[in-house]
Design a protein around this ligand. Structure first.
Ligand code: THU
Length: 131
């Protein structure tokens, strides 16, 4: 099963009764293990979480903190772009050249990288004045 297949599968479990927009994400850790996540919405809208965040939480809870590949899929007209917050979350655990595959359920894909998604990211070097 490809990483995109894993994202497509977990998307079916998304809890998105408010937006009706189901998203699936799959990430591969350095061990080769695949971690999946889907969006989980809440009646208090800001409390909802994105698919990417769910996959990252599962990876970290499973003992890994480096990802080497990402796939995200949704039923959108063009390959679904991760939100700004998820770009920063992916950047925390990946590298600028880490491949990210964005896809629609109808089969359109876009290959990009974490660095292309979040140029000029905030990172630890910006906190060098902190004791
Ligand atoms: N969403 C994700 O899960 N990931 C993205 O990359 C974009 C947006 C979710 C959040 C919310 O549940 C729904 O899509 C509509 O914004």
């Amino acid at each position: 099963m490809t990483l995109l297949d894993a994202a497509r599968d977990v998307r079916e479990r998304a809890y998105a009764p408010y937006s009706k927009f189901k998203v699936g994400a799959a990430i591969r850790g350095t061990s080769g293990q695949v971690y999946r996540g889907c969006n989980v919405e809440n009646v208090a809208y800001p409390e909802g979480t994105c698919a990417e965040a769910g996959a990252i939480a599962l990876m970290v809870a499973s003992g890994e903190t480096e990802l080497i590949e990402v796939a995200v899929i949704a039923d959108s007209p063009s390959p679904v772009p991760p939100c700004g917050g998820c770009r920063q979350k992916l950047a925390e655990f990946g590298k600028p050249d880490t491949p990210v595959l964005l896809a629609t359920t109808s089969g359109v894909t876009l290959s990009t990288t974490i660095g292309e998604l979040l140029p000029g990211r905030f990172d630890i070097s910006h906190m060098s004045g902190i004791e």
